[in-house]
Design a protein around this ligand. Structure first.
Ligand code: TMP
Length: 256
């Protein structure tokens, strides 16, 4: 057996060279970090659940016309993805005030926003991913104006779609973070959704009880982190509980 070549190792994922040209393998670790890796833990099974949830979200988004990097799941922790040049921005969409927005602007957690709010952070751990404006992005050329138009339009479409998808399973989508990449296909360059969509990168609250079903359980030491992630997977129909415990079942993402 040959060892796969590591292309990049992040806090929760590893990217390996893919088996086909122009592809990578995205491996989901059980590692969880918060506050720029000041807080760390290993959460048994988190990577397996996030691999499944991200696959589910990417397939659904593809089916509604949002191009993304997902090609196919390879096994419990790995998926084959299209290789992209990541645009160095974290794109955050918020529907309800929470997290850093409440700290920065003094808005109370849980306040519904009058419209979806799109924010950008520069992907730079040394600087602590600072919030940046479109003016900064244009001035330093982190993304072109055309890419920004596409990113904002995709981000709002993804938000609309995911709000509905989660509402149907009694989950309120508070906010989420996504990343985009430049995909080169011959002479054609396209902006596509990359990275992951999982309870690590979203805030998800139960609609009736406001119970947190996301990484805030880890950030705030609330316990039951993987149980909450499993609950999200169960509600989406990815996980089925059998008499012998939880088992993962296959699902259809609609016509391909
Ligand atoms: P924030 O309120 O801490 O800025 O987070 C906004 C959203 O982005 C929230 O859903 C969590 C997600 N997020 C990440 O995915 N990665 C990060 O490094 C941070 C800080 C937030």
């Amino acid at each position: 057996m040959t060892r796969k070549r590591i292309i990049y190792e992040g806090k929760a994922k590893i990217l390996y060279e893919g088996s086909e040209p122009g592809t990578l393998i995205q491996y989901f670790k059980d590692d969880a970090t918060a506050f720029n890796a000041e807080k760390k833990a290993v959460l048994d099974g988190k990577g397996v659940i996030n691999n499944r949830i991200s696959e589910f979200m990417m397939k659904r988004l593809d089916a509604v016309g949002i191009p993304n990097h997902f090609i196919r799941r390879l096994n419990m922790r790995e998926q084959l993805i299209k290789k992209v040049d990541i645009i160095p921005l974290e794109v955050i969409v918020r529907n309800v005030a929470a997290g850093s927005l409440t700290k920065r602007l003094g808005v109370e957690e849980g306040t519904a926003l009058p419209r979806a709010l799109v924010e950008f952070s520069l992907k730079n751990d040394e600087l602590g991913d600072p919030v940046v404006s479109e003016e900064h992005i244009a001035c330093f050329n982190w993304a072109t104006p055309q890419e920004m138009d596409e990113i904002i339009s995709y981000a709002l479409r993804i938000n609309d779609f995911m709000c509905g998808l989660f509402a149907a399973v009694n989950i309120r989508l508070i906010d989420f973070k996504i990343e985009f990449g430049r995909h080169f296909d011959g002479d054609l360059q396209r902006t596509i959704l990359a990275d992951e969509i999982s309870p690590d990168s979203c805030r998800l609250w139960d609609f009736d009880t406001n119970e947190k079903l996301d990484k805030d359980r880890f950030r705030r030491d609330l316990g039951g982190v993987t149980e909450a992630y499993s609950e999200v997977a169960r509600r989406l129909g990815i996980l089925k509980t059998s008499a012998s415990g939880a088992e993962i079942v296959d699902f259809q993402a609609g016509p391909k």
